[in-house]
Structures are given as structure tokens and as C-alpha cells.
Design a protein around this ligand. Structure first.
Ligand code: ZN
Length: 578
């Protein structure tokens, strides 16, 4: 293929046929724009509205401007002309499906990169397996100052976690701190050395968080919600060298590009990550994929301190916005209003079924409203994490009170939305930001015990949100779940497990999306959710030529066998690098 060479020699047309696959041809020399034509493909074109699937066979890109100039069929005069243009690169995509580049509607870039370097204990099914995995990792990595793990699946330890269970796993003579992120990233499990270096014994519970303690009042090892987000994460971020942080950014970018993403919405941006990304831009120029970020607002003891965080987001957005910096910007704020079902920290209207206990949302309506109003008034988008039906109701009520449907405010996760609240999203212009990987049946083994059968019968109601007019944005919430977009589409469409292929269980199959609707939600929907639809998310003339070539059959059941073969950004192939 020509593109890597073309990047180096943008104005020189090679007169030889490049050997790689022998399927590109190049005509003569040219000094003006040299179109790239991808033809003999199945180019996904979703019309506005309900996204009925429709395929064209060819697409013309202008690598000079980075934009799409035409989408159509081989006989279109514009395609014929582009193919014949001097210097044109004509690329036979051999029947592959051409999709808009994926846009992860909710993810965490720096944590994804950091996670790629941690021990993943998700495959460990119980405490013994977790301990064995850590022991082996510690022996393999004797030089690391800390043992960092991710992927702790709550049901594997059933709420009985203790710091002492993670002690003594290190190599002889060493007693390194061990930090384990829960799979959902809402809590951390620490060993005794970690609790000590963090100084947890002298801490109070932070607002919106909880430090688990024994009867003697001493911390027992688990930091929940803002105790993890606001204490553990910043501590560890501070311990990373600048070089390590850059490695994390690079690892996440490489992984995302290889997976087929061309844009992401980062859903919990803070000072540390912002500085890392700015440093990356300083060293490398612009990020290869575009990033729209929501600034994380943590509840503070005083409302002035809470609002000060909103002001910081406003200040940053005034410099990094859609006009001034479309590929790296602040688009809104993020509020985490409850936890997750598996940790029983999602706030439900009725108590949990197994213990008859309830938790409250982390924000009261009174604390929430001034934050929402200040953000909305400044033109920032609001994103509220809400998983329990009580929190979802609170979030919808809060956004209803703000009363700005054009602001494209959004609710993240929406896992247990009460049936009567489902139609409210569309009516209020609230984007349903959903992550299908979280409904993977392999990750929901505890739900029936925790919520009971009746509530489990109407969880993750994606199709119902759409039927009632809500815009969908599909994401993965990486690193809380795998980021691979095709596996995410598989779960959204089949409601079956991508983690365990032989698992035949389905999660509320009545709410499955069609393949076309799921693809649209993962591309156009996510782009629209952050006001980027004029540039991204659709294969249409005038949009940026961000696309992926996928080896696939257009069949939801076969998505786990589908593969992203190439990723193109702004008219240039950037993966795989030849
Ligand atoms: Zn998230």
C-alpha cells in the first residue's frame, strides 16, 4: 500500500506498483491534490434518523485536507474522475467493510495506558488464584517499586477482602505495596504496606467515599469510591515518573489506533492526566486521535471548593474548545453520582435483595444543582455517572431542572433505569451514554442475587432509550472493560458474552440494538454526543477521512471473528504501520 511512503513523500507519485499486495495503482505525476480512492468495498453509510444500513462501494479521500470528498459507487462520475486523476492512489479493499473510525463514547485514556502495564487479575476466580497471580508477577518484576494490579472482579472475593490477604506475596526480603483496582475502577484493595505508605490510618472518609474499617476503627484494606478516586489514584499518579506517564499515553494511543478508534471521549479528566497529555503534545505535536474530555468534579466539603473545579473546567474550555482546538479539548464536566451494582454502591430506589440495605447517591439534589447550573451556563456539557435507578432519577431530575435540551447533557451507564424514567431521556434531549461491555453476562453473575429477578428483567434498556428518542453514544469505559470495539458491538447486538464465547446467557435480549444501530451509536452517536458530528462519525463528503477497514461478515453473531485490518486518520493509513 502506498500510504506510509506517501506520508514521507507527499508530492511525489511513485510510478512503480507497490509490491505489498499489488492492489494499489498510481497514475502519472501530479502537483495538485492526489485523491485516494478506496473501492470494491462495503462502505457503511448511515442516513440521519434511525440509521438504516446502506452501503456504497467506493469512497474518495483527500489526504491533503484530510477530508472525504465523495462516497458512492464505481460508476459515479466523481469516482471515475477521481480514479483517473493524475497521481490518484486507487486502493482495492477487496470487499472489506469500511466503517467510520470508532469513537469511544466513554473511556479513560491515561488509566487505560497505565492498566496495560499492570497485572490483570480479572481471570482469577477466587482469593487463592489472585494471590498466586500476584506472587508470580512479583517474582517476574522484582525491580518495580510497587505491585499494581487491575481487574479485581467483586464476586471473586465476595466482600471479604483484607489487606492482610495481600501481605507476604512478595519475593523473599521484599514487602512492596500492593494496589489492586477493582474492575469497575470504583474501589481499590491495598495490602498493609500500601495502607502505611498512604497514611490511611490517620484519614477520615472523604465526601462520597468510604475507607473500610474493622471494629477497632483501623483500615482493613479497601478504599471505596472517592477514597479510591480522590486518594489512591492521585497518590499513585504522583509516584509515576514523567517518562512513565508518557509511556502510558503512548501505550493507550497505540492500542486504541490498532483497535480501530480515531477519537475518544475521556470521561474523568484531571490535572495529572491533562498535564501528561499536554506533555505528549509538546513532544510529538498533536495527538494522533482526537480527544474530547470531561473534567472530573469531586464533591468537596464546601460548595465553593466544589464550584472551583467547575471554574477550572470553564477556564480550560475557553482555551481548548471546538473552535480553537477541535482535536484536543474540554467539552464538559463529569460527576460521579453513585457507584456500581457489584459493589452494592449503586443507589437503588428499593433496597438490595440479598441484604435489604440501601445506599444513597453521592450527591444530594441541593449539592448537585449549583454545579449543573454553573457548567450549563458556561456552555459546558454535563455528564453524570448514574447506575442505580435512584441516582438515574436524580440525574434526570437535575438535568430537567437545568432545562437546556440543546446542551447535549448526558447520563453515563444508565444500567438499572426504572421503566418510567426510560422515556424521559429523549424528551429532555439527554444522551444515553452506554457501555455494552458492562452487560456482558459473564460479568453479571451476582446481579440476580443482588437485585432480584424482577429488576434484572429490565436492565440496560438500550433499544427502549432509542425508541423513545434518546440519542445513544456507545463506549467501553476502558479500562473498566475491554476496549475492543467489535466485541463491544457484539454484546450490544446479541446481548451475549464476548468474554466467554461458550456462555449462552443473554442480558435482556429485548433491548438489543441492530448491528447498524450499534455501529452508528459507536461512531456517529459518540461523535454527536460531544458536538463533533460535523467532523467525525460518518462517511460523508466534508467529514474528516477517519475510517477503518474491517474483515467481517455483516452479521452480529459473527462479530467476534471480525477484525479491524486498517485504521485511517485524516485520509492516511496509520495502522498497521508498514
Ligand atoms: Zn468511566
Amino acid at each position: 500500500m502506498h500510504s506510509p511512503l506517501r506520508r514521507l513523500l507527499p508530492f511525489i507519485c511513485l510510478s512503480i506498483s507497490v509490491a505489498a499486495s499489488g492492489i494499489s495503482t498510481c497514475k502519472g505525476t501530479n502537483t495538485s491534490s492526489m485523491p485516494t480512492v478506496l473501492h470494491n468495498g462495503r462502505v457503511f453509510v448511515a442516513a440521519d434518523g434511525d440509521a438504516p444500513q446502506h452501503f456504497a462501494s467506493a469512497i474518495v479521500l483527500d489526504p491533503g485536507t484530510g477530508k472525504i470528498t465523495h462516497v458512492g459507487n464505481e460508476t459515479d462520475p466523481a469516482i471515475v474522475k477521481a480514479k483517473a486523476a493524475p497521481g490518484a492512489v486507487v486502493h482495492d479493499v477487496q470487499g472489506r467493510v469500511v466503517l467510520p473510525g470508532f469513537v469511544d463514547g466513554h473511556m479513560h485514556l491515561c488509566q487505560t495506558g497505565a492498566g496495560l502495564q499492570k497485572l490483570n487479575i480479572r481471570p482469577s476466580k477466587n482469593l487463592g488464584e489472585i494471590q498466586a497471580a500476584i506472587r508470580a508477577w512479583a517474582a517476574e518484576h522484582p525491580d518495580l517499586p510497587r505491585i499494581l494490579c487491575q481487574g479485581w472482579f467483586h464476586p471473586s472475593t465476595d466482600g471479604n477482602e483484607l489487606a492482610t490477604q495481600l501481605d507476604g506475596l512478595d519475593v523473599p526480603g521484599q514487602n512492596r505495596p500492593v494496589y489492586i483496582d477493582a474492575e469497575d475502577m470504583h474501589s481499590s484493595w491495598l495490602n498493609t504496606a500500601a495502607l502505611e505508605e498512604l497514611g490511611v490510618a490517620d484519614m477520615q472518609d472523604p465526601p462520597g467515599g468510604h475507607i473500610r474499617r474493622g471494629p477497632d476503627g483501623k483500615p482493613t484494606g479497601v478504599m471505596e469510591e472517592t477514597a479510591a478516586l480522590g486518594i489512591v489514584w492521585p497518590f499513585l499518579a504522583n509516584k509515576q515518573t514523567a517518562e512513565e506517564k508518557q509511556q502510558h499515553v503512548q501505550a493507550a494511543l497505540d492500542a486504541y489506533i490498532a483497535a480501530g478508534y480515531t477519537g475518544v471521549i475521556d470521561m474523568a479528566m484531571g490535572e495529572e492526566d491533562w498535564a501528561s497529555l499536554q506533555q505528549y503534545r509538546k513532544e510529538h505535536g498533536e495527538l494522533p486521535i482526537w480527544v474530547a474530555a470531561h473534567w472530573l468534579i469531586l464533591p468537596q466539603p464546601s460548595s465553593e471548593d466544589t464550584l472551583r473545579q467547575v471554574d477550572r473546567a470553564i477556564e480550560l474550555q475557553s482555551q481548548y474548545n471546538r473552535t480553537s482546538s477541535p482535536r484536543f479539548r474540554i467539552t464538559g464536566i463529569k460527576i460521579v453520582a453513585d457507584g456500581v451494582v457489584d459493589a452494592c454502591t449503586a443507589a437503588m430506589q428499593e433496597p438490595y435483595s440479598h441484604n435489604n440495605q440501601s445506599v444513597k447517591p453521592m450527591w444530594t439534589r441541593e449539592a448537585l444543582e449549583p454545579v449543573l447550573r454553573r457548567a450549563d451556563a458556561a456552555g459546558l456539557q454535563i455528564a453524570i455517572h448514574a447506575i442505580g435507578d435512584a441516582t438515574i432519577k436524580l440525574a434526570i431530575d437535575g438535568l430537567e431542572a437545568v432545562g437546556n435540551p440543546a446542551g447535549r447533557h448526558r447520563i453515563e451507564h444508565l444500567e438499572t433505569t426504572a421503566p418510567e424514567d426510560v422515556p424521559r431521556l429523549g424528551a429532555l434531549g439527554i444522551t444515553a451514554s452506554v457501555q455494552a461491555v458492562h452487560l456482558d453476562p459473564a460479568g453479571m453473575t451476582a446481579w440476580e442475587k443482588l437485585l432480584g429477578k424482577a429488576r434484572c428483567g429490565h436492565v440496560f434498556p438500550y433499544a427502549a432509550f432509542a425508541e423513545h428518542g434518546a440519542a445513544l453514544a456507545l463506549g467501553t469505559d476502558s479500562p473498566t472493560a475491554p476496549y475492543a470495539p467489535l466485541a463491544n458491538l457484539y454484546v450490544a447486538t446479541t446481548r451475549k458474552s464476548a468474554l466467554e464465547r461458550n456462555n449462552t446467557a443473554q442480558t435482556t435480549p429485548q433491548f438489543a440494538l441492530s448491528l447498524a444501530a450499534a455501529v452508528a451509536a459507536a461512531t456517529r452517536g459518540s461523535a454527536r454526543s460531544c458536538f463533533a458530528e460535523d467532523r467525525a462519525g460518518q462517511l460523508q463528503p466534508g467529514r474528516e477521512a477517519d475510517l477503518v477497514l474491517v474483515d467481517m461478515e455483516w452479521d452480529a453473531e459473527k462479530l467476534l471473528d471480525a477484525k479491524v485490518a486498517e485504521t485511517w486518520i485524516r485520509g492516511k493509513k496509520i495502522h498497521p504501520v508498514a
